[in-house]
Ligand binder design. Structure first.
Ligand code: GLU
Length: 415
């Protein structure tokens, strides 16, 4: 299996968009590289008394439109290039939804599954100790991502506030409600994705009440399964997968019971009445809507031809490679690209920053309403760009995002 360098993929997407706009060499080069990149090592005392050294990153890809914004991942396969790619995608993601923010990402190369809670707390705190001066509500604002959660943010915020000797809850988002978090954050990514599916169904006549499948039954995948029916008036979840395997039942699963089973056993496998299928097969099922909600490069040149879904709603970051994109476009599959489909998370993060700044907190309905407005507008703007330039949806979303960032760089006099 060909292995992909995610940053090459991300850069290729930037170059493609820059070419369509005829951007000059300087701005193209500027947008194809991170503005600030920090690689560092953090020593962490393990429960055994030994010290382990972890490799860590924080990359502020572009901050022309506002403070850099992006999550922190704890993953054993993290590299500087995965973080570069993710920071790059965050830049276009915040721009597509028209948030006054830039893009960043961070990560620690570690296996959080083998670390105890107290080891994870020390790791989170050491991460902040190392880069605290680089963070700030008007500099760079981290959030959760793969294998980090609101508790991680609470530890990080506490460490930051201890170092800086003042309250600054808005420097982190996705915090627990008790320490400046917002209502509506938990399902924001999935909710945002489903709003875009709703708009796609309206615009192109797809039927959301038919079968759908979820690849990656983690937080976003589970929330999508739960919200799909509620928000789209129907739909049958016929398949779901996680890192341990995939399951299928043509009669459908009750999403709530499946979430319960996953929470209890740690996997979707062995769910009563389900048939285990190869993970790859899930992606190729004949469903109306496929939600890839796992990691990068899941849909690639090897399997793109076999995708039968009518809509691919990318809740994960970077699940489709550029070659696969082209194949899906030719096959008339409507891909709602990650920088749009998964933008609900950062949009509600932005609402959290606004609330933390004003010390006035919104009700959940208000968060849902504002999220709906932002995502509906963004989806329709991307559709216009698709029609105007006759390009596939990812390129259309990139065109919208890249144009906004390029304009900000120009207006600042940077290029
Ligand atoms: N990790 C989420 C993303 O990739 C949220 C980032 C944020 O809220 O800053 O979009």
């Amino acid at each position: 299996m060909k292995s992909y360098n995610s940053f090459n993929v991300a850069r290729q997407q930037v170059l493609e968009a820059a070419k369509i706009f005829n951007l000059d060499d300087a701005i193209t080069e500027f947008l194809s590289k991170p503005q600030i990149e920090v690689n560092f090592t953090i020593p962490v005392k393990l429960d055994s008394g030994k010290t382990k050294i972890f490799e860590a990153f924080r990359i502020q890809y572009n901050y022309a439109r506002g403070p850099a914004k992006g999550g922190v991942r704890f993953h054993p396969e993290e590299t500087v290039d995965t973080i570069r790619a993710l920071a790059c995608w965050m830049t276009w993601k915040t721009a597509v939804v028209d948030l006054p923010l830039g893009g960043s990402k961070g990560g620690v190369r570690c296996d959080p599954k083998v670390l105890s809670n107290s080891e994870l707390e020390r790791l989170s705190r050491e991460y902040i100790r190392a880069i605290s001066p680089l963070l700030g509500v008007d500099i760079d604002v981290p959030a959760t991502d793969v294998y980090t959660n609101p508790q991680t943010m609470a530890w990080m915020m506490d460490e930051y506030e201890t170092i800086n000797k003042r309250h600054s809850p808005g420097v982190f988002t996705d915090k627990p409600l008790q320490v400046g978090g917002t209502e509506g954050r938990r399902d924001a990514t999935a909710r945002g994705g489903i709003i875009t599916v709703r708009e796609a169904c309206k615009a192109f006549g797809f039927d959301p009440t038919k079968e759908f499948a979820v690849q990656g039954f983690g937080d976003a995948g589970q929330r999508a399964a739960l919200l799909h029916k509620e928000m789209l008036g129907g739909g049958k979840l016929v398949a779901a997968s996680d890192s341990q395997g995939a399951i299928y039942n043509k009669n459908g699963f009750d999403p709530e019971e499946l979430v319960h089973h996953k929470l209890k056993t740690g996997t979707v496998l062995k769910y009563p009445g389900a048939k285990q299928i190869p993970q790859q097969e899930l992606l190729e099922l004949d469903v109306e809507i496929l939600y890839p909600a796992a990691l990068e490069n899941a849909i690639n040149v090897k399997n793109a031809e076999s995708i039968k879904a009518k809509i691919v709603c990318e809740l994960a970051n970077g699940p489709t490679t550029p070659e696969a994109d082209k194949i899906l476009f030719e096959k008339n599959v409507h891909v709602i690209p990650d920088i749009l489909a998964s933008a609900g998370g950062v949009t509600v993060s932005y609402f959290e920053m606004v609330q933390d700044k004003s010390l006035f907190f919104w009700e959940e309905e208000e968060v849902h309403k504002q999220l709906d407005k932002k995502l509906t507008l963004a989806y329709n703007r991307v559709c216009e760009a698709m029609k105007e330039k006759k390009v596939h949806p990812r390129l259309a979303a990139m065109l919208v995002g890249v144009a906004r960032v390029a304009q900000a760089c120009k207006i600042r006099g940077w290029v």
